[in-house]
Design a binder for this molecule. Structure first.
Ligand code: AMP
Ligand code: ZN
Length: 131
């Protein structure tokens, strides 16, 4: 079976925002906030941990450039940056991608804990009474 992210460089050629040697970035089709973007390797790889140091450098460079592009266009107040690594961690497309998720003041009632919200009841550890 084909891989939708391997096909993107053809199917979404005109929607690629930025690219460098090994990576490209696009806006997510189902954004969870305005400017939600994906940083994707051009070559198929399913895991962040399989990238070479050179690819990691390249990924970091494009992540920074995309952050600047999103800052300029959407002016967010913060970001969550994440990778769903493996199906049990929520990965639905088995071609590596970094989610760059802009955050806006007041977009949720209590943002404390950020990525900890994968377990909502455990997100805000600052409220836990320390015995
Ligand atoms: P994950 O669940 O971490 O594998 O994330 C997959 C992400 O890819 C989701 O946020 C989808 O909205 C996004 N997505 C899936 N297909 C496309 C597509 N053709 N173009 C842009 N984003 C996509
Ligand atoms: Zn692929």
């Amino acid at each position: 079976m084909g891989c939708i992210f391997c096909d993107l460089s053809v199917t979404k050629k005109d929607e690629i925002v930025l690219e460098n040697e090994h990576f490209f970035s696009i806006y997510d089709d189902n954004p969870i906030s305005e400017g939600h973007s994906l940083i994707i390797p051009k070559e198929h790889v399913d895991s962040f941990f399989k990238l070479s140091p050179e690819q990691v450098n390249n990924m970091y460079e494009l992540l920074g450039k995309m952050k600047n592009a999103v800052d300029e266009r959407f002016n967010p107040d913060g970001y969550n940056i994440g990778i769903n690594e493996g199906r049990d961690a929520g990965q639905t497309v088995s071609h590596l991608h970094i989610h760059l998720i802009p955050r806006y003041r007041g977009d949720v009632e209590n943002p404390t804990g950020g990525v900890r919200h994968i377990f909502p009841e455990k997100a805000d550890y600052t409220k836990k009474s320390k015995k």
